[in-house]
Structures are given as C-alpha cells and as structure tokens.
Design a protein around this ligand. Structure first.
Ligand code: F6R
Length: 603
C-alpha cells in the first residue's frame, strides 16, 4: 500500500510533490510527508493525518529542486508523526520513501543498531536509509550504497531515495508498482500515473528488479548489478480532467455517474451486433477452444465481478469457479494445461491476487488478467491481458470498475463458450442489443432514482440486508460491501434462498432487505423477500416498474426491463446510489473510508 512520489527538475519540487500526494491519497491516508533538498541539506516535513494537514503544517515553504513524498497506509507501526515517511538516517543525509513490506527488517535493524545506528520509528522502512548510510560510511559512492542496500532487502518494495547534496533520485522496484514520468527536463517517480498526470503523460513502467537513477539529464534503467536494461516509453491515455472531481462532491459520485461512458468505452469495438458475435480483437477466433475449465481469482469488489463472470460462464455451459485470491494458496482446485486462470483486479497490483496468479502460472495454467491499469504488474505478468478502459478510479470504493469488469466478463463468457462450441451461444442474439443500450439505460437510472429518498427513509436501521439469486447474488454481495464500506453500518449480502437457512434470525422491523430481481426465478426471490417482510422487515424491491414485486414491496428502486445477464448490473447502480446517499447523510468521508485504501499491496 502507500503512495510514493519523487521529482527532479528546475524550480521548486514542493508543489508537484504535494499535488502528487493528493492524487495518490487513495492509496493510503494515515500520514503523509515530503523531503526536499536545496544544496544545504535535506528538509523533511511529515505528520500523521491527511495530505491536507501536511500542507497546512508546512509554514515556510520548503525549497529545493529535488524531492520525495509519501502518503501512508500503516503496516508496521501506528500512524504517528514518527512513523510517517520520508525516513532518514540520523544525520538526515539519506531520505527514503517506501511502499511494501521489508520482511527481514528485524534482522537488518539489529545489525545496524549493533553498529550504532539509532532508530526513531516502528517502521520496517527506516532500515533502508540507515543501510544506505552504513555503506556511505564504508566509503561507497551513493549509487553503489543504494544498490547494496536494495540487494539486502527481502520482501516487496518500491523505494525512492535521495542523498544530501545531490541532484539525483535513486529508485528500485520489487513487487510494488513504480512508474517514471518525463517531460522537458522534469522527471517524476510515482506509485501510479495520476500522481503526475497533470505534468506529463509520457511514462516508463519499472519492472521487478529494476534500479533507476534519475537526474536532470535523464533516467538510467539498470538491473540490480548495474547492467543497462531497456524499458520502452508509453503514452497514457487518461487525461488529467478525468482524475479530478469536477462538479461532484465526491469522486465516488462522479465515478457512479461516469458509468454510461466507461461502459461505452469498455464495449466499444468489442461487440459485433450485425455479425451476432463478440469481437474481442485481443483474441484470435478459437483462442479458448482448448480450455476445459476457468478459475477466477480476485478480492473484494473484483471478487464479486469474478463471481458474476463465473456464474455467466456456468450458465453458458463452461465449467468455472470464482475463488478468493487470498484463499487460493491454501485451497486451489486442481490445475492442468487446459485450465484458464483469470485474475480480476482493477488496480492490477493487489498482492493477494498477484500471488494467486503466480501460483496458477507455476502450476501450468494459462493466465489472463482483466484490469483497468495498462502497465500494472498483473497485466504484465499474465499470458494475456484484457483492459476494461474505465479511466482512473480515485474513490476507494470501486464503482465504475465493477460494472466494467462484470460487463467485460459477460462478453468473455460468451466468447469462451463460442470458442468451445464452435458457434455463438443461442442467447447471444438477444444479449448484444441490450448490451449496446446498457449505457443509455444506466443514464436513465441516474437521471431519476429514488435512492436519496430510500437512504433517508431507512437511515436509522440496525442493519441492511441484500438478497439476490443467480447473477443477482454477486450483486447482493457487492451492494452490501459498498454499503458497509462507506457508511460503516452493518450490511450483509445473501443468496435469496439462503435467507431461510439461518440469516432470517437476524431479520426484524429494523433491518431493511434490498431484494434484487434479475428475471432468474424471480418468483422464488419474491417469496424469500416476503418471508423477511412477514417478520417485519421492510422490503425494497430493485426491479422493473411492471414487476410483481412492486406491489408486494414497501419501496421500489426502478430498473429497466432487460436481459437477466445485465439486469443485476443496472440494479447495482441503484444500490451504489443508496450507499452513497446513506453515507452522505452520515457525513462519512466517502472517498476515503476509515482503515481502507484503494490498492492493497500487502497479503
Ligand atoms: C471495495 C474495493 C476492494 C477492491 C479489492 C481488490 O470497494 O474496491 O474490495 O475491489 O481490494 O482490488 P483490485 O480490484 O485492485 O484488485
């Protein structure tokens, strides 16, 4: 976790560093800090709390053309001022920011402490500046001292460092993301592109094992031993406006409203309505013809999208399972040469998902990553990658990326089934026009939703339950996750039919039940909803206006009449809005819920 930024160029580094930290805050917001140098030593400002608090605590602006910054999601040690990054050695000759976990830090710390180096924080990171300083003290030049220190680290890291008196940044990557941005003599190093997107869209992604040295003359890419490596520059297609909040109060609301656009982008050129087929140009016809089963690995919201994809595959006659990536190492189903393992990950950097993906590859599976981030680790490590093209998602709670993932997996399920059978599935003809009109259908839902009224009506409830059947089940899980994540209220999602097997004991007049109707055995779901209603629970039906559930339910969130493959995804937009407005009424920090971060790069 955590966001790191570094900058070398003319003029003061402070502003681009702070802008970068604000744009990276979705990665962690427990504490923040910057270090810049101006020829008379390194100046560090850091504190617990958000970047905003850091900004207002910097009295005299720090001056210096070279600097590093960090926004933290705590792993080792609580979010105190002392544990905030950058960390330095005692004399502040070396400053370091780090994302990841140093597994052998206890051993390194003991060794350094025995040599007289004094530690002031509880973090694993602090060993790095001391280790660099140890080698500087031993007479190494800065670059060699940095390389040597990196060589001794075990675990995962993206590290950026600077040494007092130099116009240089040193950086290294293993297991945590790092990207260089370049524009007219100004260079950036960051955990993610939005950090510097308003300065440049020209980037080079570091690979694991890369060490880079950045100064005013350019960027040098090498391996750990110092051998040159070639990394190609790329142009990112996201524009800086996409990464701003625009007219909305929160990124989450903006991203909910972006779904018609992000879905249009996802399906553009990938559906051939006239030809009645899925036109995924990324894959030759027949690519999936030899697959005998599909396993999905993912976490959180991406797991719900993966479950959606897995159910869609099962319904299309393909054997498939969705697995929590963090459980995969202890309970992966058997894999053979004809198993396709699909990692579903918005960020492409989730440690649990990467571990599962690597395990699957080791065991001989074909691997595919479905992600939003083109240069991400998961995209680069899998045999193939498919991009959801949702644009940057800054709100910690995933919204538009879930919809795009689920739609892309619906397409992929149809495509895999077609490759296996040698002909498109029978229901594809009906699905394609509905897919094409889905952005417009979501626009209609966004234009006229009862979500605010419902959020207000049920604001003082004890708990919130979400039920769905078939493809409505992952939507129920996702509805509940979103609700609990941003409101901090108790919410649970259940398969409709499961309610009577235990959870019904929780149902009271104080526990509204959101029932999602997708057109798959709706009469059973309605019965399950009525069972809750009989015990006093208010039922909110998420269904088309002419659905029989409307007459039974206490409240109604309207969705258009569409194919069962897509109905749940439109229902999900209504549930996103309910969660958003419920959290807003409670005045929660919607874009940065407590204890969470967008990209979870630790296991
Ligand atoms: C919840 C949420 C998380 C992520 C999960 C996986 O709103 O966003 O549950 O879905 O941490 O992240 P990615 O998709 O980046 O692998």
């Amino acid at each position: 976790m955590c966001g790191i930024i570094g900058r070398v160029g003319d003029g003061n580094a402070l502003e681009p560093l702070l802008t970068g930290l604000e744009n990276l805050e979705y990665r962690g917001y427990d504490s923040a800090g910057v270090a810049v140098q101006n020829g008379s030593g390194i100046n560090v400002e850091k504190r617990s709390g958000k970047v905003e608090e850091l900004k207002s605590s910097i009295g005299d602006p720090l001056q210096g053309e070279v600097g590093i910054g960090h926004t933290r999601w705590s792993t080792h040690g609580p979010p105190t001022d002392a544990n905030a990054h950058p960390h330095t050695d005692e004399s502040e000759d070396v400053a370091v920011v780090h994302n990841g976990i140093i597994e052998n830090y206890t051993e390194l710390k003991e060794r350094l402490a025995a040599n007289g180096y004094e530690f002031t924080s509880d973090t694993d990171t602090e060993v790095i500046p001391h280790l660099v300083q140890y080698y500087l003290d031993a007479g190494y030049d800065s670059e060699r001292a940095f390389r040597q220190a990196i060589d001794e680290l075990e675990g995962s890291y993206a590290v950026t460092a600077m040494v007092s008196g130099e116009h240089v940044l040193y950086a290294a990557r293993r297991g945590s993301p790092l990207v260089v941005g370049m524009e007219d003599g100004e260079y950036f190093l960051a955990s993610d592109v939005p950090a510097f997107l308003e300065y440049t869209d020209s980037v080079i992604y570091l690979e694991d094992g890369d060490v880079v040295v950045v100064d005013a003359d350019g960027v040098e890419f090498t391996d750990l031993e110092g051998n040159p490596v070639v990394r190609e520059p790329e142009t990112v297609e996201w524009d800086p406006e996409q990464a701003g909040k625009g007219e909305y109060d929160h990124f989450m609301l903006k991203e909910i409203h972006e779904q018609p656009t992000s879905l249009s982008q996802a399906i553009e050129g990938r559906i051939d309505s006239a030809g009645g087929r899925i036109a995924l140009a990324d894959f030759e016809p027949g690519t999936f013809a030899d697959i005998d089963s599909v396993q999905f690995v993912a976490c959180g919201t991406s797991y719900h999208a993966a479950l959606y994809g897995s159910l869609a595959l099962n319904q299309a006659g393909v054997q498939s399972t969705a697995l929590l990536a963090n459980e995969y190492s202890v309970s992966a189903p058997p894999i053979d040469d004809d198993t396709l393992v699909i990692a579903v990950t918005q960020s492409g950097e989730t440690a649990d998902t990467l571990t599962a993906l690597r395990q699957a590859a080791r065991e001989g599976a074909d691997t595919l990553t479905l992600t939003n981030v083109v240069g991400s680790t998961a995209a680069r490590e899998a045999d193939d990658a498919l991009f959801i093209r949702a644009g940057p998602e800054i709100g910690v709670a995933a919204t538009k990326t879930f919809s795009s993932q689920a739609v892309m997996l619906t397409l992929l399920a149809q495509r895999i089934a077609a490759d296996l059978r040698g002909e498109p599935p029978a229901d594809l003809e009906a699905l394609l026009p509905e897919l094409e009109s889905m952005p417009a259908a979501i626009d209609d839902v966004l234009a006229e939703s009862a979500a605010t009224t419902i959020a207000r009506r049920y604001r003082n409830s004890e708990a919130y339950f979400f039920i769905g059947r078939g493809l409505g089940y992952p939507v129920a899980l996702e509805g509940a996750l979103k609700f609990k994540e941003i409101t901090y209220e108790h919410a649970e999602g259940f398969a409709s039919g499961e309610l009577k097997h235990g959870p019904l004991a929780l149902v009271t007049p104080e526990t509204p039940v959101f029932a999602i109707f997708t057109g798959e055995e709706d009469e059973k779901t309605l019965k399950n909803a009525e069972e809750a209603q009989t015990r006093g629970a208010p039922v909110i039906a998420v269904c088309p206006d002419d659905h029989p559930a409307v007459a039974v339910a206490d409240d109604h969130l309207s969705i258009p009449d569409t194919e069962p493959d897509l109905a749940g995804l439109i229902a999900n937009v209504q549930l996103q809005l309910v969660s958003y407005h419920a959290a807003d009424l409670l005045d929660r920090p919607i874009d940065k819920p407590r204890n969470l971060a967008k990209s979870v790069t630790v296991e």
